[in-house]
Ligand binder design. Structure first.
Ligand code: UD1
Ligand code: CA
Length: 512
């Protein structure tokens, strides 16, 4: 150990460099805030550091879009402190700003670029362990990569020791052929780092203070510099533009999908399945093609999700089936069925074996055990009791133009097709409603609610008003057949159809 170096195990500080604009992203969003399968770019870096290095002091250098970055950090890493680098004069300058703002840093300082989101926790842990074992003044994370374009190259001496890092734009053609690159993660002894940052110049192609130049300065002063090589070259991929970000996203997708497949989840088409790092999935669940599982979503065991489905911030319980659906902020109970073609919005809660079928939209809707909303309906601000069936093409009319109101349907109810429930309104347990009803008044338990104009037929209207048309001809033919036989209308048994043909339906009080 060099005499001026402190005992590195005494304390450890993490510095994350996140002040750069990321010009090549061509974005109003700072580069480190771009999303990548469930976290921002810098969110991934912070999480890898937290898992790999444990909790400790975290200092994030902010500059470009500082308020936006600070706001995000307050959400995801409230314990992290920020240091402002008001002018982005290079990675060395960024670290110098931290050392000036925080005068008392001692022990090991881990510095990581904020645009390095695929690094694994174990790799950062290995970097620090290697540094501490070697007793080096600095240790850099490197990797052998197939395409080193854009990265700093590691220059090694005749004996294999690290001598310095050269940035691509300052490198000779020979140096550019080197495929060992600087990943953008380092461990330094704090005192030595402070001393060398004071010596940094900006005599390079970008006129910036490069943190990477600290390495050459250390070696020149006789300090030992170690390198820790990442085994997996994909971990060190940086993202400087949106094309690179897409490459990273695909790498991370594969990593996540492989993890879940090895954990007992069937992913039918990993190339079109996008699962955020924040999602959990139980064994024997099948994820069908073109499915996106996002945010704080958990899927239970033996469920089926997809194809063509997005589930965000939702719970899908064991053995539920969710097909061609868009689900946001919902809870889908065990053995419940959703879709095909359903839209579940926040506050939708399906109990065990409940069903939300085809072309159905729900919002703030409690759908009881075994209850069904099979077809073509909007269910908003509603409670539907267990084992109730909602007829096709029903609208829960929840909005009067100013306020939202609630509808409650009891258990074991059967509501007719094409109903409007004008909230606030209640339908009791075991009640029925007639097809085509506009329900504006409460329906007591066991009653049949009928809310529609009585039908009247104007006999012979077509022959009189539309003589000679095909309709008139067909009517005449039917009349002729009717004269000879008697027939019955067919009933569509698929669609919920309470017995509205019974004599009392359609009667108004006092009418016979
Ligand atoms: C840097 C390294 C390069 C390495 C590569 C790995 C330097 C000089 N070069 O290059 O050797 O191979 O990362 O991806 O460090 N930042 C600040 N303040 C600044 C400038 C940058 O906070 O003034 C932050 C950026 O937000 C970014 C990180 O530092 O998160 C790296 O900066 P970037 O400009 O992307 O460096 P590279 O050119 O990629
Ligand atoms: Ca970069």
């Amino acid at each position: 150990m060099h005499p001026e170096q402190a005992d590195s195990t005494s304390s450890r500080t993490l510095i994350v460099l996140a002040a750069g604009e990321g010009k090549r992203m061509k974005s109003s969003l700072p580069k480190v805030l771009h999303p990548l399968l469930g976290r921002t770019v810098v969110g991934h870096v912070l999480e890898a550091a937290r898992e790999g290095l444990g909790d400790g002091r975290v200092l994030v250098v902010v500059g470009h879009g500082a308020d936006q970055v600070r706001g995000h950090l307050a959400e995801i890493a409230p314990a992290a402190a920020t240091v402002l680098q008001s002018e982005q004069r290079g990675t060395g300058h960024a670290v110098r700003m931290v050392m000036e703002a925080v005068g008392d840093l001692t022990g090991s300082v881990v510095v990581v670029n904020g645009d390095f989101p695929l690094v694994r926790p174990a790799t950062l842990a290995g970097l620090v362990a290697g540094h501490e074992e070697a007793g080096a003044a600095a240790t850099i994370l490197t990797a052998q990569v197939p395409n080193p374009t854009g990265m700093g190259r590691i220059l090694r001496g005749a004996l294999g020791g690290v001598e310095r890092i050269v940035e691509e734009r300052d490198a000779t053609a020979e140096q550019r052929a080197i495929r060992e690159i600087n990943a953008g993660a380092y461990v330094f002894d704090a005192a030595v780092l402070r001393q060398m940052l004071g010596k940094l110049g900006s005599d390079n192609d970008q006129g910036e203070e490069y943190l990477t130049d600290v390495i050459g300065l250390l070696v020149a002063d006789g300090y030992s510099v170690a390198a820790h090589q990442a085994v997996d070259a994909t971990e060190v991929l940086g993202c400087n533009d949106r094309a690179e970000l897409a490459v990273l996203r695909a790498v991370l997708r594969d990593r996540i999908n492989t993890y879940w497949m090895r954990s007992g989840v069937s992913i039918i088409d990993p190339a079109t399945t996008w699962i955020d790092v924040t999602v959990t999935i139980g064994r024997d669940t099948v994820v069908e093609p073109n499915t996106h599982l996002r945010g704080a979503t958990s899927v239970g065991e033996s469920a089926v999700v997809g194809p063509d489905t997005t589930v965000a911030d939702s719970v899908v319980a064991d053995e539920a089936v969710v097909v061609r659906a868009h689900v946001q902020g919902a809870e889908i109970g065990p053995k419940a069925q959703v879709g095909p073609y359903a839209y579940l919005r926040p506050g939708s809660r399906l109990a065990t074996k409940a069903k939300v079928g085809t072309f159905v939209e729900t919002k703030k809707a409690e759908i009881g055990e075994g209850a069904k909303v099979p077809h073509l309906s909007y269910v908003g601000d509603a409670t539907i009791g267990e084992h109730t069936n909602i007829g096709a093409a029903t609208v829960f009319v929840n909005y009067d133009g100013v306020d939202k109101h609630h509808t409650t349907i009891g258990s074991h109810a059967r509501t007719g097709a094409d109903n409007m429930f004008v909230a606030p309104v209640q339908v009791g347990d075991g009640a029925y409603t007639a097809a085509g009803s506009i329900i504006t008044k409460d329906v007591p338990p066991g009653a049949l609610g009928v809310g529609r104009a009585q039908q009247r037929n104007i006999e012979d209207w077509v022959p009189r008003k539309r003589p000679g048309t095909a309709a008139a001809t067909a009517a005449e033919a039917a009349r002729a057949t009717e004269a000879a036989t008697t027939g019955d209308a067919t009933v569509d048994s698929e669609v919920s159809h309470p017995p509205t043909t019974s004599p009392e339906v359609g009667q108004r009080p006092g009418e016979e």
